[in-house]
Design a protein around this ligand. Structure first.
Ligand code: 4AD
Ligand code: MG
Length: 459
């Protein structure tokens, strides 16, 4: 009788047995009377050999890449001197095509070779995913999310699933996606932070892995319109505890991945020179970062009183940084690349940050600094944004006033300060950005299943 189909990843114990596998023709090489197939089933790759009568059928002669096939035969250890994935190959004695693909002549798949045009590759993302690199990035992404959940659970945080459809903003009105919700205005969430804060008295420390949406017109390597946001919130901590916790979660998660042979192999494949970062991470205050940038001649775009970039003869005028400036993406990237290790930037001026951030100190010139931090990684820049939250009700109302936000719809958030407030803080981590760092990808677009950016919501 014919054996039941086995996934490639489970073949090892079945050496020298008769097995059956289903999959897609990943690679195909025909010689005289012999066909070599590398079969792919999503769990691994298997080298298969068709020879003799089975290689001489019409189906064998017209077999194409990406066709779905079912192969049955004997699993043999590869002879010494030959290599194959898993160290074995399938000597096929019976097989059939389950779904033929058009093959190399097909205009559609042919365009996959036009590696130079990213918009074609974006249109064909559903086929690009079948490639060895894209599928490994997504396998590593899955392992990363699982490892994060394990680490956060080990730190006694409880996972919750906040809503995506909301009627309040978190990170400023400019990047909200609005939509009609049964006749009322609503938004796609920018961050689940406010909901996590309300969970503290009910569930203790919490985290979520939820999509966040940003209507940012940013065509950069690290901006998506929809991204996976890992957020956590912790009660009864101080600012130093917050940074220590972020560092621990990232390092322990990376350690878990490196300790697991499967995920370690994906990291090795995608980022051969990756090394786990050393702890503690460098901590640099915002004010010291401004000094550092000026010491290294990394300049800031000059702005007029309205905040518009000043140009002369078509060129942007560059000036030294001053306290109060937002550190632009390019400057931030240069800084992390020169430093070469993870860096916590902390203590940003209140005017650059959201309404909810706790104040740290005021300087002689009247700048108010906040208990906020960004974690920057070499090659990517900011991957985490976090802060302590204002826990006093009146101070929070003052924050809304400063930002010109009507606090009424936030009653459920402000209530948290009314019914037993506590010192608390949390953070949000961009999963695609962390993955870009871990897997050494040029852009976060490679780290999302079907990435969305301005103008792109297909496939
Ligand atoms: O710095 P952000 O805007 O912080 C917040 O949303 C806080 N409410 C989080 C919190 O404290 N719970 O976003 C957090 C992180 C960033 O550091 C970045 O990694 C990622 O989210 N991120 C993006 N990733 C991809 N595309 C975008 N457009 C992103 N915007 C933010
Ligand atoms: Mg941020």
């Amino acid at each position: 009788s014919l054996p039941k189909a086995t996934k490639i990843v489970h073949l090892a114990p079945l050496r020298s047995k008769r097995v059956r596998v289903n999959g897609w023709v990943h690679r195909l090489r025909s010689q005289k009377d012999i066909i070599f197939i590398v079969l792919r089933d999503g769990t691994g790759y298997l080298q298969c050999v068709l020879s003799g009568l089975v290689a001489r059928t019409y189906e064998a002669l017209t077999l194409t890449l990406e066709s779905t096939v079912q192969l049955t035969g004997t699993l043999q250890e590869v002879p010494e001197g030959k290599t194959a994935p898993g160290g074995h190959e399938l000597i096929v004695d019976y097989w059939r095509v389950l779904g033929a693909a058009p093959g190399a002549d097909d205009a559609f798949t042919n365009r996959l070779n036009e590696k130079s045009d990213p918009s074609i590759l974006a249109d064909l993302r559903h086929l690009v995913l079948r490639g060895e690199t894209a599928s490994s990035v997504l396998k590593l992404r899955a392992a990363l999310l699982a490892a994060f959940r394990e680490t956060l659970t080990a730190h006694s945080l409880t996972e919750v699933t906040p809503p995506c459809m909301v009627q309040t903003q978190v990170e400023g009105g400019a990047t909200l996606f609005k939509f009609d919700y049964y006749g009322q205005p609503a938004f796609l969430t920018q961050s689940s932070q406010l909901y996590l804060e309300t969970c503290l008295p009910a569930l203790g420390d919490v985290f979520c892995v939820q999509e966040s949406f940003r209507a940012e017109n940013s065509h950069t390597r690290r901006h998506l319109s929809e991204y996976t946001h890992l957020e956590a919130e912790l009660a009864f901590i101080n600012f130093d505890d917050l940074m220590t916790h972020i560092e621990a979660i990232i390092c322990e998660t990376v350690d878990r991945l490196l300790a697991n042979p499967t995920s370690a192999a994906y990291i090795k494949q995608l980022n051969p020179s990756f090394k786990a970062p050393a702890r503690p991470f460098l901590r640099l205050s915002y004010v010291d970062a401004i000094k550092w940038l000026n010491d290294h001649n990394i300049m800031h775009e000059a702005e007029d009183a309205e905040g518009n970039v000043i140009k002369e003869q078509g060129l942007t005028v560059m000036v030294p940084h001053k306290v109060g400036d937002d550190i632009a993406e390019a400057a931030e990237r240069q800084m992390t690349d020169i430093i070469g290790t993870p860096v916590f930037l902390y203590g940003f001026p209140a005017e650059l940050k959201a309404f909810y951030m706790k104040k740290m100190r005021v300087d002689g010139e009247g700048h108010v600094f906040t208990e906020s931090c960004d974690l920057l990684m070499p090659g990517v820049g900011e991957i985490v944004g976090g802060s302590m939250r204002i826990d006093d009700l009146d101070e929070l109302f003052a924050g809304y006033k400063r930002e010109g936000i009507d606090p009424t719809p936030y009653y459920w958030y402000t209530d948290q300060r009314k019914y037993g407030t506590c010192a608390h803080g949390g953070y949000g981590l961009g999963v695609e950005r962390l993955l870009a760092w871990l897997a050494n990808r040029y852009t976060v677009r490679e780290c999302s299943l079907y990435p969305r950016w301005p103008g792109r919501a297909t496939p």
